[in-house]
Design a protein around this ligand. Structure first.
Ligand code: ADP
Length: 336
């Protein structure tokens, strides 16, 4: 794979009075052609700024944005527009044209690109078929549900054959079921059309559902970057932990006991491991948290077990689990 987007020491500052706010600092990352790459971070972390820098809607204060190995800052207006057409976007609020029907919304970018009328109608109908809305061509956006509106926005974003689809909090206004459906559609588009997808979100669930790799942004910097499965199994930073652990779990009071977090990666099942461990180690454990997920088709789960406050017991159980090739770590420090 080769990188389609590369950011090199990207920095963005906004002037605020006589001072500056640093929204992005020392951002280095490569997005590979054909992958689904996630960018996650809490509100104010710098995600929107990063997205706007990707297609140079926002001019970086320092550093470079490369698209297909070309530094976007070196392009003239015409070439930059062409590059921008290759990087399409969908948004949280859909941004549809309310006075135009669905078909005409999808045709709109082709009008701007001066595609002949018959051709744009044909292509728009094909795209509506792709997103499952052929029967809504003549309907106006106000008559559509949120999920349907986002489907129209996706069809419109694909109109000029982009190479990259940027999804900026594209499912944040949708309910969980509709979110899953829209994410599934985005995944299909990635697979069928080979379009590189960049997902910007504050929700770990979105990343887990469809992304191959993820960059975690915290306080204007990349805290962690890697395969979703690896980061989920063992977040290396505080920012990573905060995203991987659901809100509820952080409220659990671990007290003085020692706890182990076990990550199952689909190679072993939960019941026998825990049951056998109790039988073999002859130590009682308290399961204080358990959660299973489906990440890219692989069943993955995590469990936090609490042990008696005795280092020997801890070492024995820890060694037992490690010997079974499970990813284990002691957890305590992240309780807020
Ligand atoms: P996120 O999308 O992760 O919520 P943003 O990129 O919107 O984060 O913001 C990152 C930081 O930059 C925040 O502190 C925000 O207040 C600041 N910021 C964003 N846009 C502007 C702007 N146009 N002017 C001044 N500060 C801004």
């Amino acid at each position: 794979m080769s990188s389609i987007i590369r950011l090199d020491k990207l920095k963005k500052e906004y002037p605020v009075g006589k001072d500056f706010i640093t929204a992005l600092s020392d951002i280095n990352l490569e997005i590979e052609a054909g992958e689904i790459f996630g960018i996650i971070g809490a509100s104010g972390a710098g995600k929107s700024t990063l997205v706007r820098c990707l297609n140079l809607l926002e001019k970086p204060s320092d550093g470079h944005v490369y698209f297909e190995d070309v530094d976007l800052a070196t392009l003239g207006a015409k070439e930059l527009n062409k590059a921008r057409q290759s990087i399409s976007m969908i948004f949280q609020q859909f941004n549809l044209l309310m006075q135009r029907n669905v078909l005409k919304n999808v045709m709109f970018p082709m009008e701007i690109a001066k595609v002949p009328k018959e051709e744009r109608k044909k292509r728009a109908m094909e795209l509506l078929e792709l997103v499952g809305l052929s029967d809504k061509a003549k309907v106006y956006p106000a008559q559509l549900s949120g999920g349907q509106k986002q489907r129209v926005a996706i069809a419109r974003a694909l109109a000029n054959n982009p190479k990259v689809l940027l999804c900026d909090e594209a499912t944040s206004a949708l309910d969980p079921t509709t979110t899953r459906e829209v994410l599934q559609l985005i995944k299909e588009i990635n697979q069928k059309l080979g379009i590189t997808v960049v997902i910007i979100t504050h929700e770990m669930m979105v990343i887990e559902s469809i992304c191959n790799r993820v960059a975690i942004i915290a306080e204007s910097r990349i805290a962690e970057i890697g395969a979703v499965k690896d980061i989920f199994a063992k977040p290396a930073t505080e920012a990573g932990r905060r995203l991987v652990y659901p809100d509820g779990e952080r409220n659990i009071d671990f007290g003085n006991s020692r706890c182990i977090r076990i990550v199952f990666d689909g190679r072993s099942s939960f019941e026998p491991v825990i049951a056998n461990m109790i039988l073999d180690c002859k130590e009682p454990v308290n399961i204080i948290y358990a959660n299973t997920k489906n990440i890219n088709g692989t069943a993955t789960g995590e469990m936090v077990i609490q042990l008696a406050k005795d280092d020997k017991v801890f070492d024995k159980v820890f060694a037992y689990l490690k010997a079974r090739n499970l990813s284990v770590e002691e957890v305590k420090g992240y309780v807020e």
